[in-house]
Design a protein around this ligand. Structure first.
Ligand SMILES: [Zn+2]
Length: 133
């Protein structure tokens, strides 16, 4: 088995619950107690109402492709193994996540329904990706 050479997440005190849930193959986001909005990426205050009453809640893992591109010419050697889909997925709960779509690039379309999947890239690191629903 070859060594994983792509960049890995470095959880902070704020983002650690997101990554720990991902490792358990669960998607959870912060929800604001002030305005009820779900937010992503993890932060200390709600970007909508500035409340700091944020709680981690499980979410559906369902969404749609908001936008995407196919990366065929990688910026670094570690990404040069094959073309990949870099996408923004709009979750049912509202937030948009930058992620990868695990599907042949020619299959991906804007508006396509997708569902979360988890890629255990190392024993300690799991990445959150999406696949066609
Ligand atoms: Zn809020």
């Amino acid at each position: 088995m070859s060594e994983y050479t792509k960049p890995l997440p470095k959880p902070t005190a704020t983002s650690r619950p997101f990554w720990e849930a991902a490792k358990a193959h669960r998607l959870q986001l912060q929800q604001c107690g002030g305005c009820q909005a779900f937010i992503y990426y993890p932060r200390d205050r709600c970007p909508h109402c500035l409340s700091d009453e944020l709680q981690w809640k499980p979410v559906s893992g369902r969404g749609r492709v908001y936008s995407y591109t196919v990366v065929r010419r990688a910026a670094t050697r570690s990404f040069a193994d094959k073309p990949y889909v870099l996408a923004i997925v709009e979750l049912e709960e509202g937030p948009r996540m930058t992620t990868n779509i695990e599907a042949p690039p020619e299959m991906v379309k804007v508006g396509m329904p997708v569902t979360v999947c988890f890629d255990d890239v190392t024993p300690e690191h799991t990445l959150v990706k999406f696949k066609p629903a």
